[in-house]
Design a protein around this ligand. Structure first.
Ligand code: GLC
Length: 509
């Protein structure tokens, strides 16, 4: 098995609109990100994954791509993107971009051409009548009518027409797009909605022909050194999921079972074991993900009575004990970082930001909110611009008014405030990522015989000899003998308190 950078990497997800604003228009951009690259270097991450940065009408935060070969002017220019890639590389940080092959934008050249020329419609799914009763994933019908009477398919918002992967031109286009960015030095591609590309009478989820697409993409990627393909594949069936990770397809895929898992010892143990059992036969490293730009922030989720995550039931407004959630999020971070494979950190996770649940309805921009008729609050609450410094909004995000308002209470959570506080979430992440780089990452784990999920304790030792113990039970438990390297919260003498993780060395098996 080759041990290349991505197998154990810590990858930081940048949601560009909300990271840092360099030009004062209230929206994050490349200038802001470039100015903060040393922050990410100091945090100790290996790679950055940026959500889409292409020209876009922003009907879905950039996942409606108008031109796959350029940069959204609000974010910067192609020249700046190239500079950013080389600056990151100079700091030893790899760059992963987001490619969206399932759908395009109604503002793309192809769709505009299709609107005026019926002969150019075969790149999309146009038809005289809706071909089925499919519902959009964001709510409402998946079919929209154009002025001449025909209908087109969009699994997401109407501004995101689905591409027709039966058309060879679509295949050719995306191979060219991959090459365009690989030539510019990007180290990897995150593939949006990766399992949905192929449509048939029976449906669109995970149809077998989708694997032909990724086999071809793998061939293209392998023409370059050490570049990777990462799939956004939400599939409960592990056997079907593992097919995407066969040696001639994608390198890794996000672990959404772990992300959705409740804060429960038996469930976590089950998901970790299942993840390892799924990945080992195909030789792919697992990934460990606690959050991203689509899901409720862990501090809020773990503070609720129901700690699961599901898109349909976002539990918005359900009471959350944020102090408890914060403590659990710290424990979860050390657990996730100790597991074998690669790790994803979504911006703001390292600051312990909670979900912003009290945004005014008229400020919500996520199409999920509007298309559900307001019944689903959508994902804006995890996309609020980051707080960097100062005592009041915009908290150093930029000179302008942020595109979504930041809560006043974030004055305690700014990077500046946390930097000097040794017990802060930021310092926990920084220290843990440093230790992780030396002692963790890719490899295997051995569950400790002395701890059982039934007792509320998860404990395992890694190849390097580091032991990770998490207490999810209600009472403090005795710590094994060994040297404590790091703990997510204060230890009580020889005891590990509830909702706390500790890393130790020198523990007897
Ligand atoms: C993915 C993205 C999400 C987007 C959707 C449609 O799930 O993560 O943000 O809305 O695809 O592109």
């Amino acid at each position: 098995m080759s041990h290349t950078w991505w197998r154990g990497a810590a990858i930081y997800q940048v949601y560009l609109r909300s990271f840092a604003d360099g030009n004062g228009d209230g929206v994050g951009d490349l200038a802001g990100l470039r100015a903060r690259l040393t922050y990410l270097k100091d945090l100790g991450i290996d790679a950055i994954w940026l959500t889409p940065w292409y020209p876009s009408p922003m009907a879905d935060g950039g996942y409606d791509v108008a031109d796959y070969r350029d940069i959204e002017p609000v974010f910067g220019t192609l020249e700046e993107a190239e500079k950013f890639i080389s600056e990151a590389h100079e700091l030893g940080i790899k760059i992963i971009i987001d490619v969206v092959p399932n759908h395009s934008s109604t503002e793309s050249a192809w769709f505009k051409e299709a609107l005026t020329d019926r002969a150019a419609r075969d790149r999309f799914w146009f038809s005289d009548e809706p071909l089925n009763d499919w519902q959009s994933i964001f709510g409402g019908s998946a079919w929209t009518q154009v002025p001449d009477g025909q209908w087109y398919l969009h699994l997401f918002a109407p501004e995101q027409p689905d591409l027709n992967w039966n058309n060879p031109e679509v295949h050719q286009e995306f191979e060219d797009v991959l090459r365009f960015w690989l030539e510019r030095g990007v180290d990897g591609v995150r593939i949006d909605s990766a399992a949905l590309l192929i449509k048939s009478d029976t449906g669109y989820e995970d149809l077998d022909e989708v694997h032909d697409v990724y086999r071809r993409w793998r061939e293209v990627t392998d023409e370059y050194d050490e570049r990777i393909l990462i799939g956004e594949v939400w599939l409960p069936d592990q056997e079907r999921f593992a097919r995407y990770l066969r040696p001639d397809e994608l390198h890794t895929a996000f672990n959404f079972d772990f992300l959705s898992c409740p804060w429960d010892p038996a469930e976590l143990r089950r998901v970790i074991d299942l993840t390892l059992a799924t990945h080992t036969p195909v030789g792919a490293p697992p990934t460990w993900v606690l959050s991203n730009h689509d899901v409720t922030r862990p501090v809020t989720r773990y503070g609720r009575a129901d700690t699961t995550f599901a898109h349909g039931g976002r539990l918005h407004g359900t009471p959350s004990d944020l102090e408890l959630g914060y403590q659990r999020a710290r424990a979860a971070a050390l657990l996730a970082m100790a597991l074998p494979g690669s790790l994803y950190v979504y911006q703001g996770e390292e600051l312990g930001l909670p979900e912003v649940e009290d945004l005014a309805d008229e400020l919500r921009q996520d199409p999920m909110y509007a298309r559900s008729g307001g019944t689903n609050p959508g994902r804006d609450g995890c996309r609020v611009p980051l707080p960097w410094s100062g005592e009041e909004p915009p908290f150093g995000f930029g000179a302008g008014t942020p595109w979504l308002p930041q809560p006043d209470s974030w004055r305690k959570l700014t990077v500046e405030a946390q930097r000097t506080d040794l017990g802060s979430m930021l310092n926990l992440y920084r220290t843990a990522l440093g230790l992780r780089r030396e002692l963790l990452g890719d490899g295997t784990l051995t569950w400790a015989q002395w701890a059982q999920p039934g007792d509320g304790v998860l404990a395992f030792t890694r190849d390097s000899g580091l032991t990770c113990v998490t207490n999810l039970g209600p009472e403090p438990v005795p710590l094994p003998a060994g040297e404590v390297l790091l703990a997510s919260g204060p230890l009580e003498g020889g005891l590990l308190p509830s909702d706390t993780t500790v890393w130790l060395t020198g523990v007897e098996a």
